[in-house]
Structures are given as structure tokens and as C-alpha cells.
Design a binder for this molecule. Structure first.
Ligand code: DOR
Ligand code: ZN
Length: 389
């Protein structure tokens, strides 16, 4: 039998990860999560500000940059957070300092998620205006606090993990996206929508692009490969924000990939310990799933014309036969490199892939400190076999 031809790709960029250091290192740290990233072919990451303390001051930002110096295999860039007015001043200071080159952009949370990072809504205009002036992308977690509150009020008896998708409904994301796009239009800001998960969201980004606004978006593997049906097997391991949606939404995300509306695939890698996840009250379990090590094999499987799944008949399948390895490079290298000005163009480190290797995902073979994966037992085709300098 002829040996498989290996393919060489640029080391991927995951523009949305939570590496948990400092302050949350029982879940993960820069070392453990970078090991996971490298094993998954990801050699550059943009890390989110919801650490403890959060990266909302120049001092904390500097500390995170310093900590990252010991990580040799993965280039860690950081987002800066804004929740209160003094952080706008801090951002200006950061801009004037040499640390600026480690800053990939600003992250704003429209509603609460892990960490106390919700922005004071009255600051949104100023934050968008400042980011436009500094010429950096503002990444928004789009969920509307009022809509989520209404959903909670309408379902006081909610207790099952599947209720999580009802308590943070698709309309919540759609309303927040509408608001974010309006702000981008007013201030001329580059808006990047994080982990977009709804069909109306895709529709809005499509419309914004045809209006030639500077609006880009990313989708997460868990919204492409998992749906509300997976709560049955995953329980709280399938809880994240924004939550799992029905398959119509996942199909719309794949259609957005096919027609170029989606700019990036990014994991929102958000490890939590199993102990934290397995609470008696499912709705109190922390939101987030690991994903940085499994993104590439899942995508390579689709590029190989198959659908990754845990055996038996896949519950849902998108016949997106056009998805190719070139799309992976576009979505997980070229576009995030451009959007976040990462400067990775000159001879980036390469990864080697065996596109035909068939294997089964098992958490025990993965590297995140959290020790679990929502894709346990999934059969995939394609794996990273090496990293070249
Ligand atoms: O599911 C999520 N997990 N969504 C977020 O917004 C935050 C993240 C985390 O940090 O755990
Ligand atoms: Zn996130």
C-alpha cells in the first residue's frame, strides 16, 4: 500500500481561547492549554480577559504577557476587557506602551458569562468610538441581558440543563448583534462577533457585509457539530454561552461558511474541571467546553467528505461536500491573522497533517488540564503528526 501523503499547513490561529491564567488555574494554565493547542495544530491563540484578576488594566495585561514568555511553542496574544469607564483610560495607556503589540483587540461582554465581565451598557458607545480611533477590532459576546432576563422570568421552574438553551434564546443573540452592528455603523468600528450561533445572526452579518460595514464573525466547533439533542448524552458538559441550538441554526452556520459570511472558526476553548461541571443543580454548572485540540481533526473529517460522530448513525449531518483543507486555512489562519493583525505572514511555523489517519477522540489522550471533551468517542479522520520550525 502506498504511504499516505502528508500535507503541510501553516500553524493554525485560534482567535478565541480561555487559558485561565492567572486565577483559575485549577481549570487550565498557559502551559497545559498551550500543550493542547500545539497537539491540535494551533500555534497562535488570542486569549480572553476573563481571568482573575481580569485583563482590564495595563498592569494585569503586563502580568499576563510576562507569564506567556515561558511558553515557547505557542504564541499567546491577549484581548483587553472593558467593563467600567476607568478601563477606557487603561486602554489608552496600553496603546501608548510596547505591550500594545501583544494586544489582539478589545473584548466586550454584553451579558454575564464566566467571570464578572459584563460591560456597563452606557459605556458601549464610548468603547466602540475608542476602538475605532485606535483602529482595533472590538470582539463582542452578543447576548442581550434584558431578553435573557425575560426568558428566566417566563420559566421560573427551569431546572434541566436543556433549559439553558431556552433561558438564553436565539433572539437574545439576534438583538445583541443588531445593537452591536448599529454601534459599528455609528462609530466606524471594526466589529467582530464572537461565537455566532444563530441563523438570524448569520443573516445580519451577511447584510452588514453587503452594506460594506467592517463586520466580521467567528463560529465555534461546538455550534457546528453539536445541537440541543446532545444534552441527552452530554448533560452539563454541553453547557456553554451562547448555548447549543437546534440543527437549523447549525445548518445556517455551515451555509455561512460556504458563502464566506463566516470569517473564522474559533474554539472558545473554555475548560472547567469535571467536578465543577457535575453539580447537583445543572443550571448552576459553569458554562464552557474545551475545544482547542479537537477543532482541526473535526474539520479535517468534514474536509475528507465524512462527518465526525460517536458511532452509529450521526444525529445530524450537513452535506457540505465543498468544505476543503483550503477553507480550514482561510478560516483558521488567513482571516484571523488579518482581522487581529497578528503579523503571521512571514514564513509561519508549519504543521504536518496525515489527512487519512482515522482515530477516535478520547479525553485521556488529550492535553487540556480539564481532562474531558464533549467529543468523547467521536471517530475522526485526519491528525497532526508534526510541527516544523
Ligand atoms: O461558555 C462560555 N465559557 N462562554 C463564555 O462567554 C465564557 C466562557 C468561559 O470563560 O468559561
Ligand atoms: Zn469565550
Amino acid at each position: 500500500m502506498p504511504a499516505t501523503t502528508l500535507i503541510t499547513l501553516p500553524g493554525l490561529i485560534d482567535c478565541h481561547v480561555h487559558f485561565r491564567e492567572p486565577g483559575l488555574t485549577q481549570k487550565g494554565d498557559m502551559e497545559s492549554e498551550s500543550r493542547a493547542a500545539k497537539a491540535g495544530g494551533v500555534l497562535t491563540v488570542c486569549e480572553m480577559p476573563n481571568t482573575i484578576p481580569p485583563a482590564v488594566t495595563t498592569e494585569v495585561f503586563a502580568d499576563k504577557v510576562k507569564r506567556a514568555e515561558r511558553i515557547k511553542d505557542v504564541d499567546i496574544r491577549f484581548f483587553f476587557g472593558i467593563t467600567a469607564s476607568e478601563h477606557l483610560e487603561e486602554l489608552k495607556q496600553l496603546y501608548a506602551s510596547p505591550l500594545w503589540k501583544r494586544c489582539s483587540g478589545v473584548k466586550l461582554y454584553f451579558d454575564h458569562s464566566t467571570g464578572n465581565q459584563k460591560i456597563d451598557g452606557s459605556l458601549l458607545g464610548e468603547a466602540f468610538a475608542l476602538c475605532a480611533k485606535l483602529n482595533i477590532a472590538v470582539v463582542c459576546h452578543c447576548e442581550d441581558p434584558e431578553t435573557n432576563q425575560e426568558a428566566r422570568d417566563q420559566k421560573p421552574e427551569a431546572s434541566e440543563v436543556a433549559d439553558h438553551s431556552i433561558l438564553r434564546p436565539p433572539e437574545s443573540e439576534d438583538i445583541a448583534i443588531e445593537r452591536a452592528i448599529a454601534l459599528a455603523r455609528t462609530h466606524g468600528t471594526h466589529l467582530h462577533i464572537a461565537h455566532l450561533s444563530t441563523m438570524q445572526g448569520i443573516e445580519q452579518v451577511r447584510a452588514a457585509k453587503s452594506e460594506e460595514l467592517k463586520v466580521t464573525c467567528e463560529v465555534a466547533p461546538h455550534h457546528l457539530f453539536l445541537t440541543v439533542d446532545d444534552y441527552q448524552t452530554l448533560g452539563t458538559l454541553g453547557k456553554m454561552n451562547p448555548p447549543l441550538r437546534t440543527s437549523e441554526h447549525a445548518e445556517a452556520l455551515w451555509a455561512g461558511i460556504a458563502d464566506g459570511t463566516v470569517d473564522c472558526i474559533a474554539t472558545d476553548h473554555a475548560p472547567h474541571t469535571l467536578q465543577e461541571k457535575k453539580t447537583d443543580e445543572p443550571l448552576k454548572a459553569p458554562s464552557g467546553v474545551p475545544g482547542v485540540e479537537t477543532m482541526l481533526p473535526l474539520l479535517l473529517t468534514v474536509a475528507a467528505g465524512k462527518w465526525p460522530h460517536p458511532g452509529g448513525k450521526p444525529k445530524y449531518q450537513i452535506p457540505n461536500t465543498k468544505f476543503s483543507v483550503d477553507d480550514i486555512v482561510r478560516l483558521c489562519f488567513e482571516n484571523p491573522n488579518r482581522i487581529f493583525r497578528l503579523g503571521k505572514d512571514a514564513a509561519p511555523q508549519k504543521i504536518q497533517i496525515d489527512p487519512e489517519a482515522e482515530w477516535t477522540i478520547h479525553a485521556k489522550n488529550l492535553h487540556s488540564k480539564c481532562g474531558w471533551t464533549p467529543y468523547e468517542g467521536w471517530k475522526v479522520t485526519g491528525r497532526v503528526v508534526g510541527v516544523t520550525e
